[in-house]
Design a protein around this ligand. Structure first.
Ligand code: NAD
Length: 275
């Protein structure tokens, strides 16, 4: 196969790839620029590395950008602050001159039932997990409209679709992310901008590491998290990144408005207990 990379048709065709397009397996993002929020750690860092490997130039928009993978452009950004978000998107344009792909991945956790968090905490977590995606998308849209293959991917969670104990607030934010994803996909389809979500199961990231450290019996807690997923282990950040790359890819022009599970079967399967 030739190395020549041909990107799909311009906006307005909803990213239709011409049948004679020649695309290398690893260079499908060549020429494209992505912004990954929360890209300095865990799932976001894996997404950054994956998109770079497939030819994208990537800006990491993170509250603490120091951990951004090598080769990425680290930009300090707090997604809960609109001025910070618009400045960060301006910085992406100043650095790269374009923006094609937005990965809304920054998020924070919350534990407890509805009785356990005061209004302020509900507002704080929604402000990051939901409004953060709104702010970044809003600032990016004028640039995405100019892209030949624009895509937004939002990181939701298994908590959006399965009832998990002690996760009322977190789950509510991720359910909102899924609904927002569908509504945005409808609003922007005819502008050539696809919007999808990824729904990871429990993933082996620094976030989950912190959760395990705070447990009274970290080993037992890890075993319980492993057992909750039918494939018996935590999801790797790289597995989530592979799904995000699929959703963001110029080759996925007919995929929009979906939530893609990367959860070892947790959402869809019902296995019998092992004998
Ligand atoms: N780890 C899991 O099990 C899991 C499962 C499903 C979904 N998710 C989702 O995946 C995403 C990433 O999670 P992770 O496990 O990689 O977490 P992580 O804590 O390892 O990384 C999160 C990153 O987001 C950044 N961030 C946090 N608040 C921010 C803000 N206000 N502005 C900008 N950046 C901010 C942090 O600095 C950090 O770099 C989150 O949206 C999370 O809800 C995680």
């Amino acid at each position: 196969m030739s190395d020549r990379v041909v990107n799909p048709e311009p906006a307005g065709t909803a990213g239709a790839v011409s049948p004679d397009a020649v695309v290398t397996a690893t260079g499908e993002f060549a020429g494209l620029v992505a912004a990954v929020t929360g890209g300095a750690s865990g799932i976001g860092a894996a997404i950054t590395t994956r998109l770079q490997a497939a030819g994208a130039r990537v800006a990491v928009l993170d509250r603490e950008p120091a951990g951004a993978p090598e080769g990425a452009e680290p930009i300090r950004c707090d997604v809960s602050d609109d001025a910070s978000v618009t400045a960060a998107v301006d910085a992406v344009i100043a650095r790269f001159g374009r923006l094609d792909i937005v990965i809304n991945n920054a998020g924070i956790g919350a534990q407890g039932s509805v009785e356990d968090n005061a209004d302020d905490e509900w507002h704080r977590v929604f402000d990051v997990n939901v409004l953060g995606m709104v702010r970044v998308s809003r600032a990016a849209l004028p640039h995405l409209r100019k892209s030949p293959s624009a895509a937004i991917v939002n990181t939701a969670s298994i908590a959006a679709t399965a009832g998990l104990p002690q996760r009322a607030l977190y789950s509510a934010t991720k359910g909102a992310v899924l609904s927002l994803t569908r509504a945005m996909a409808a609003d922007h389809l005819r502008e050539g901008i696809r919007v999808n979500a990824v729904n990871p199961g429990t993933a082996d990231t620094p976030w989950v590491g912190r959760l395990l450290e705070s447990a009274t019996d970290p080993e037992a807690e890890r075993a319980a998290l492993n057992a909750r997923q039918p494939h018996g282990r935590l999801v790797s950040p790289e597995e989530v990144a592979g799904a995000v790359a699929y959703l963001a890819s110029p080759l996925s022009g007919s995929t929009t408005g979906i939530g893609l599970f990367v959860d070892g079967g947790m959402q869809e399967l019902r296995l019998r207990p092992q004998q």
